[in-house]
Design a protein around this ligand. Structure first.
Ligand code: FMN
Length: 190
């Protein structure tokens, strides 16, 4: 089973990354490995709406998205982890998602959706917000759902934590790490 994860926080060892690490631990204890993309460390230009992918389903911009396109195409499980920034996904996460417009063209214009393998394609969304307002989660999930469906992930589960602000504060949460570990285990159950 091929599993990939996107970490959309710029904060190294921040709450999103700590949560994601626990999810990965849950997956690796089930004897699978996870390829993690740290989006903040990658060279990913925002979509230019140039129309270059309209007829081919292939983005014409060459940058680090090249490796992500291949990974998304062949993944069985996809984890998207982001902090809530201004009631939404982080800019790092959103830039990667917008560049998946080429998959949108491939699926909806060219009628060639990505085909799942024998394990199917499933997603997991991990979100962390410093405030206690749900609106950021709702906005972020709407965007993440559009992403997952565009890349032919028909179902995803979500784990989110609010009121977690300071770097590392997630470590003090009573259930977050265990929940993340269990979500990882569940994601790879066959
Ligand atoms: C630019 C910016 C915008 C933020 N906006 C929100 C917000 O709208 N809602 C919220 O709940 N938290 C907001 N936060 C707080 C972060 O979600 C919170 O600190 C989170 O724990 C960061 O996760 P990280 O450590 O993985 O980066 C914001 C933080 C930053 C830096």
């Amino acid at each position: 089973m091929k599993i990939i994860a996107f970490c959309g926080s710029p904060r190294k060892d921040g709450n999103t990354e700590l949560l994601l690490k626990e999810t990965v631990r849950g997956i690796e204890n089930s004897d699978f490995t996870v390829k993690i993309f740290h989006l903040n460390l990658m060279n990913i230009d925002p979509c230019q709406d140039c129309g270059g992918c309209d007829e081919t389903g292939k983005c014409i911009v060459q940058d680090d998205m090249d490796q992500i396109y291949d990974a998304i195409r062949s993944a069985d499980r996809i984890i998207l982890a982001s902090p809530i920034f201004f009631f939404a996904l982080s800019a790092q996460t959103k830039a990667m998602i917008d560049r998946c417009q080429s998959f949108w063209c491939e699926k909806y214009l060219l009628k060639k959706p990505i085909q799942g393998g024998k394990f199917g394609r499933k997603g997991l969304l991990l979100l962390v917000g410093g405030m206690k307002k749900e609106i950021g989660i709702q906005c972020a999930e709407s965007c993440a759902k559009a992403f997952f469906r565009t890349i032919s992930v028909p179902e995803h589960s979500m784990l989110y934590f609010l009121g977690v602000d300071e770097k590392g504060a997630i470590l003090q949460h009573p259930t977050a790490l265990k929940d993340a570990y269990e979500a990882g285990k569940k994601l790879v159950e066959i």
